[in-house]
Design a protein around this ligand. Structure first.
Ligand SMILES: Cc1cc2nc3c(=O)[nH]c(=O)nc-3n(C[C@H](O)[C@H](O)[C@H](O)COP(=O)(O)O)c2cc1C
Length: 148
């Protein structure tokens, strides 16, 4: 099973979460930044896990650009989405990146496995709330189970 964990990250927190998720997969897993991937390279994977920091309730511009890229033709594969986010009343009003990523990947004809998941940062630049990398690894393991 070929798994790709794709992420964007301004301050490194989403990167840490992406790596923790990737470690839950025993073999054939790549963890890459969205700006490093060529959409054409996405062809032969079985599972895509896509993550982004939440910016104004949405994924970052680079993640949105990948999804809007005409060469992003991924269809009919299993997908999951995560984000990092703050934990305040205001951030709740705008919504979160993971929900939108999941919707977008589903609209393209992919199969969502697992609920979109958010991981909390204590402030804009981080750090992550205690225990979030462990929770990310556990979330990755849940997804792996659903793939078997
Ligand atoms: C321009 C900008 C907009 C943001 N908007 C939101 C938001 O709408 N909701 C939220 O929960 N957090 C928001 N944040 C906080 C980010 O979620 C936080 O910076 C991010 O999770 C850190 O991840 P990173 O280290 O991978 O960049 C925003 C941060 C920036 C820089």
């Amino acid at each position: 099973m070929k798994t790709l964990v794709l992420y964007d990250s301004l301050y490194g927190n989403t990167e840490k979460i992406a790596k923790a998720i990737g470690e839950a997969f025993p073999d054939d897993v790549k963890v890459m930044r969205v700006t490093e991937v060529n959409p054409a390279e996405l062809q032969n994977i079985d599972l895509l896990i896509l993550g982004s920091p939440t910016h104004g309730g949405r994924p970052t511009k680079d993640v949105q650009a990948l999804l809007n890229n005409q060469q992003f033709t991924l269809k009919g594969i299993k997908v999951a989405a995560f984000d990092t986010r703050g934990d305040s009343v205001i951030t709740k009003i705008f919504g979160y990146a993971a929900t939108r990523l999941a919707e977008s990947l589903q609209k393209k004809g992919n199969i969502l496995i697992g609920e979109p998941m958010g991981f909390i940062v204590k402030s804009t630049k981080g750090p992550l709330k205690d225990g979030e990398t462990e929770r990310a690894a556990a979330w990755g393991k849940e997804i792996l189970k659903k793939m078997s």
